[in-house]
Design a protein around this ligand. Structure first.
Ligand code: AMP
Length: 192
C-alpha cells in the first residue's frame, strides 16, 4: 500500500495531541509530534534539548533548519515507511514547502489535513487547565499562551491557504466537545 501522510492542524490547546493518538491508530501510521520530540530531547538533556530549551519555555518556534532536519530523520525510520500523522509540523509556510519537497523526493505527497477548530477563549481555558494537569511550563504563563496563539494565527494558519492553493484536501472539524465526539467527527470526515 502507498504510504499516507496526514497532518493534524490547529492552534495550541485545540486537542491535536489527544486526537492524533486516535487518528494515528485509525490510519495505522505513527504519530509524529515535533513538540513531543523536542520535549523528549529536553528531558533527556541531549544537545538538541539544550539548544531548544529556552525557545520552548518562551513558546517561540525552533528555527526551521533544526526542526526540518529532525522531521526528515524521523520520517526515515522504519516505522514511517507506511507514512505518518504529523502533529505540530509544519508550523509555517517554509516548513510546509520543505515537507512537500521531502515527500516529493519519494514520489509522495500529503493525503489530507485535519484542522481542529476551537475559538480562542476556549483555547485559553484549556491551556490553563493543561498547565495545572500536566505541568507544561509553556502553558503556565498567560503571556506565553498569548504569544503561541498569535504565532499560530500569523505563521501557522497561512499554511492552510498554501495547501488549499495546491489542492490538498482539508477537513475542518469542530473541536469543541467531548474527545470521543471530536474523534467520531474526524473519522466520519476522512471516511474511515
Ligand atoms: P507543541 O507541543 O506542538 O505545542 O510544541 C511545543 C513547542 O515546541 C512550540 O512552542 C515550539 O517551541 C516547538 N515546536 C514544535 N513544533 C515546532 C515546529 N514545527 N517548528 C518550530 N518549533 C516547533
Amino acid at each position: 500500500m502507498a504510504p499516507s501522510y496526514f497532518l493534524i492542524f490547529g492552534p495550541p490547546g485545540a486537542g491535536k495531541g489527544t486526537q492524533a493518538t486516535a487518528l494515528a491508530a485509525l490510519l495505522e501510521v505513527p504519530h509524529v509530534s515535533t513538540g513531543d520530540m523536542f520535549r523528549a530531547h529536553l528531558k533527556q538533556g541531549t544537545p538538541l534539548g539544550l539548544e531548544v530549551q529556552a525557545l520552548l519555555a518562551a513558546g517561540t518556534l525552533v528555527p526551521d533548519d533544526v526542526t526540518n532536519r529532525m522531521v526528515e530523520e524521523r520520517l526515515k525510520e522504519d516505522d514511517a515507511a507506511v507514512g505518518a500523522l504529523l502533529d505540530g509540523f509544519p508550523r509555517n509556510v517554509p516548513q510546509s514547502k520543505f515537507l512537500d519537497a521531502l515527500l516529493a523526493r519519494d514520489g509522495q505527497s500529503l493525503t489530507g489535513i485535519v484542522v481542529l477548530d476551537v475559538d480562542e477563549d476556549e483555547l485559553r481555558r484549556r491551556l490553563a487547565k493543561r498547565a495545572a494537569d500536566q505541568g507544561r511550563p509553556d502553558d503556565a504563563d498567560p503571556a506565553v499562551i498569548e504569544d503561541r496563539i498569535t504565532t499560530y494565527r500569523e505563521q501557522s494558519e497561512p499554511c492552510l491557504g498554501y495547501y488549499e492553493g495546491i489542492g490538498v484536501p482539508i477537513h475542518r472539524i469542530d473541536g469543541i466537545g467531548a474527545p470521543a465526539d471530536v474523534e467520531a467527527r474526524i473519522a466520519a470526515a476522512i471516511g474511515s
